[in-house]
Design a protein. Sequence first.
Length: 137
Amino acid sequence: MGILEQLISAASHGVDERRRQVPLEELEARLGQRDRDRPFREALTRPGMSLICEYKRRSPSAGDIASATPLDSQVKAYEQGGAAALSVLTDETHFGGNLADLAAARASCGLPIIRKDFVVDRYQLVEAAVGGATRFS
């Protein structure tokens, strides 16, 4: 099995596990509890260069990445440095991320945030919305 197949398999397995813990209907009910949205499209279309900075704990090829820097410090530095938006890697198996990172990033900065993961199921899109990811439109 190649790396792409491994990533997809791990994502599918993770969705199955999380769906057993929190059914889709329960997750969808939480959508109404979201606070105000952060306009992602506007962040990318403002004048000048728009950068999307990424928070990633580790990489299969590079190992740990800035493991001594707390998530809140890193995303605040991105925001203060002029980032237009934030990407948070939530793949747990290969990149060490999780949905709690998404929520923590949202609590730590005012940037629009996207969830970066191997999305294989609609369930993950609802998780992303509940966890603090920004709608694109």
